[in-house]
Each structure stands twice: as C-alpha cells, then as structure tokens.
Design a protein around this ligand. Structure first.
Ligand code: GLU
Length: 482
C-alpha cells in the first residue's frame, strides 16, 4: 500500500476571500510579444481598470535557455507602446528562487510533497511496462512511502514530487469555458523541483500567484491542461483558488494556429508597419469579445464596457484587412497633435524632424483621410518637408513634358500675384488661365501636382497649394528649370 493521498473533497473550490481584484500578465520571454499575448494582457488590463483592481506584470523567465534579455526588452517596449501600464512589476521569476524554496520546504514539512529517489532509468522502465500493459504511463508512487525524516538525510539525487489525490475530480470553474472536471486519476504526482533543485513551471506559477495575491488568472486556453495541477497546488498552499478565464486561441484564416505564415504576429512589427496602438488594441479586443455589433472602441469606452462574460468560447480568426480598416479609422480620428506624435519616427527615418506647428498640422491633415498606415502617411506627406523634392520617374515622364513645363512657367507669376492662395482665389486663377491658353483644368493641375509633390498621388491640389504657400511653390517650380 502506498501512502494515501488527500481525498478529493479537499480540492473542491473554497469560497473566495479576495479583498481586491488583482490581475496578472505573465509572458515567457522566449519570443516577442505577439498578438495573442497582447490580447491576454489587454483583457487583464481592462478588467483591472474596470474593477479598480491592480494589474501586475510578471516575466516568466525560468526557461533560461530560451529566455533572452532581448525578448524581455521587446515585451516591455511593446507593453509601453500599447499603453498597457502595470501597477506592479515587472517581476522576474529568476529573482524569486528563495521564495520558491521556502514554499517547497513548506509543502515538504506539511507532508504535501515528498522526495523521490527513483532514477530516470527506473522511471523509464516503469513507463515502458505501463505502456505495454496498455495503461497510461503514470508515476506509481514508489517514494510516497519513504519516511520523510529519513529521506531528508539522504544524499542520493532526488526530485520533489507533489502528493496529488488519487481519486475524485479537480474542478475548474472557468469564466469562459464553464465548469470543467478533471479526473484526479489522470494526474500523477507532479515533479515540483528537479534533481538539481530548480522548481518547475507549474509550481512557480502557483507560488507567484499566491504571493502576489492574484485573484484572477486570465490567459490563453493552451494553459487549460495545467490548471487542475495548479488548482491542487493553490489548495495545498492554503490559498483560495483564483477565478480562471481561459481565452480561446487566435487562428489564421485557414483555421490553423496563428503563425508567421499569416503575416506579422509581433506587436512591434505592427508598430513598425505604421499601425496606431489605439487601432491594434481596438482590433485585439474584438478578437473574441463583442459588445452588440459595435466595432470601434476607444480605451475609455473599453474600460467601461469590457466584460469577460461576452468573451466567446470559439477560437477567433485573425483578419488583417479589418485591422487595417480600423487603423485607417483611428488615423482619421487622430487629433493633429496625436498624429504628429505617432508619425514622428516615420519622418525621422526620412531624416525629417517633425515639429508640432501649424504648418505640420495642416500638412498631415491634408493626407489624413487618404492613408491607411503611418508609413503611408509619411510617404504621402514627406514632400511638404523637403527642401528639394524627389520627382517620381513615371510622374515626371507623364506630366512634366516640355509643353506642360511651359504652362507651369506661365502659371507661376499669376499664382504669385494672387492676394492669397485660398481655394477660391486659386480656382479662379485656374479658370482664367485655362480660358486664356485653351487648357482644361487637368492640364494645369496635373503637372502642377507633380511639380509640387513629386507624385501623381497627393493630397487635394487646392489644399496642397494653400498649405505650401507662395515661397515653396515658387522654389519648386523654378527648380524644374535649372
Ligand atoms: N508564461 C505563460 C505564457 O507565456 C503564461 C502562464 C500563465 O499565464 O499562467 O504562456
């Protein structure tokens, strides 16, 4: 007879005694912050904001081989860019080993964990035997029977196992998935510290949640299988089981798990492609959550509306076109200051230091309705800020013919003679000039557009003329003749 494990009744969820809502986002820095992780962070953040709780950032860097400082920095940068500010942290698991040791000792002292001296070879042959007998391989509990005091004196290599119940079920009440029962027989005595003494993943997560007094665990449903183990560990550490919400995965349009094949998956890649964080957050919140049939949400609205009850049970499908549509929307919605601030880096890459002044504001506003990303915006608006514009080859060949250059030469003094460059004045000037030289508007505006912006795709001609002003217009047209 092996040592009896605790009965399943012990593991029934106790009444919650949390005095405050405390949420955590716990990324592993084995890669960038990706779309799925950002959504998890967002849901936690929103619920913390909505319930006036706390949002905690915990970096789960125990996988030393795959965790890198570069990934940690990228995660922190992405969180900052998204504006998902945390109230506490970042905490690093690699700095918390002492705490894990204390909790290991506590479980050993209370007889809730035991030292296991079975060698890898022994375990392997037991596994083989079980499989041959058609049984699920599971640790057979050999070392449960050892005297704890004697075991503590032993110098042989050993790991530490958690004494899990043999019978009954472990219940997970999930806010999204509902009531789930896991058969305890399926779960063997989990190794909570390896032979080298390092604590294992499920154990450190629970110690962290316990010591950080986490009330809600909201994460991807790829962790659902860890949850019964963790529930047993919370109970063993005399901690009330947090509320769980396991968010369904994000899939690509082919219903396969979202990966690079479906386009950019990292948050910073979207930043670099000219997406606004407000657009990405808006898109992410809708990936699995709904509020009537509304699509557009500001963060302030989300802090009020977001709720876990409306998160769907089915996997969400990533739709890059919708994200782009939302980005265009949020660009159009941006105040002049916001637009300048958000697009600064993209102009910087073109060696232009964008200043917040009326000229910049008007220049960007004239492109705002026409672009879908900040990269497009910088490409379209750059001509406003260049001393000497670059003229696209195709545009030059089509519009800056000798004949059209002649037109521009004659038009310039007339433009310069106008009292101002308002649309009414310029339009009037074009009409008269057209009649005088037998030219249709396109024959005037076409070459002028290319002369002023370098491209055939530009903001509206009248708007552009008014913003550029006489000096720049003169310089750009005269430049064509040198
Ligand atoms: N570190 C885990 C991950 O990045 C999350 C663990 C948890 O939220 O409990 O997937």
């Amino acid at each position: 007879m092996t040592r009896p494990a605790p009965k399943h009744e012990t593991f029934i969820v106790k009444e919650k005694v949390f005095t405050m809502n405390r949420f955590r986002f716990a990324p592993s820095p084995t890669g960038h912050l990706h779309i799925g992780g950002a959504r998890t962070a967002l849901y936690n953040y929103l619920l913390a904001q909505k319930t006036k709780g706390k949002f905690i950032l915990r970096i789960e860097d125990t996988d030393r081989e795959r965790s890198t400082q570069g990934h940690i920095d990228a995660i922190l940068e992405a969180m900052q860019w998204l504006g998902l500010n945390y109230d506490e942290g970042p905490f690093y698991q690699t700095e918390r080993y002492e705490l894990y040791q204390q909790h290991l000792q506590k479980l050993l002292d209370q007889g809730k964990a035991y030292r296991c001296f079975c060698s890898p070879e022994e375990l392997d042959s037991k596994r083989q035997a079980a499989m041959q007998a058609g049984k699920k391989p599971k640790y057979d509990g050999t070392c449960r029977n050892l005297d704890p005091q004697q075991s503590a004196q032993e110098t042989r290599p050993h790991c530490i196992r958690f004494l899990s119940p043999d019978e009954g079920v472990t219940v997970v009440e999930d806010l999204i998935k509902g009531h789930i029962e896991f058969n305890n027989q399926e779960l063997d005595d989990l190794i909570i510290a390896r032979t080298d003494g390092t604590p294992t993943y499920n154990f450190v997560v629970v110690v962290d949640d316990v010591t950080m007094q986490i009330s809600h665990v909201i994460r991807g449903d790829d962790h659902l299988n860890n949850t019964p183990r963790q529930v047993q560990l919370y109970q063993a550490l005399d901690y009330p089981t947090p509320q769980f919400a396991h968010i369904p995965m994000i899939l690509g349009s082919d219903k396969k798990r979202l990966s690079k094949r479906h386009g950019a998956t990292s948050v910073l890649a979207y930043r670099d492609e000219g997406y606004l964080p407000e657009a990405l957050l808006n898109y992410l919140v809708r990936l699995g959550w709904s509020h009537g049939d509304e699509e557009v949400f500001s963060m302030d609205q989300l802090k009020e509306y977001f709720n876990i009850e409306k998160v769907g049970k089915a996997a969400a499908i990533f739709n890059p076109e919708k994200l782009l549509w939302l980005n265009a929307h949020w660009i159009r919605q941006s105040s002049p200051e916001r637009l300048i601030e958000a697009s600064k880096n993209f102009f910087q890459q073109k060696n232009i230091a964008l200043e917040n002044n009326p000229y910049t504001q008007k220049a960007l506003a004239s492109c705002q309705e026409k672009v879908k990303t900040l990269v497009d915006l910088a490409n379209m608006a750059v001509f406003y800020f260049l001393e000497e514009i670059e003229i696209e080859e195709k545009a030059r060949n089509k519009q800056l013919t000798l004949e059209n250059l002649e037109t521009l030469k004659k038009l310039l003094p007339q433009l310069l003679a106008l009292p101002d460059l308002s649309e009414a004045q310029v339009n009037d000037c074009f009409q008269k000039f057209g009649e005088e030289h037998q030219l249709k508007l396109g024959k005037i505006a076409g070459p002028l557009r290319v002369a002023l912006s370098g491209s055939m795709v530009s903001p509206g001609i009248f708007e552009m003329i008014e913003i550029l002003g006489k000096e720049r217009i003169q310089a750009r047209i005269e430049n064509l003749f040198f």
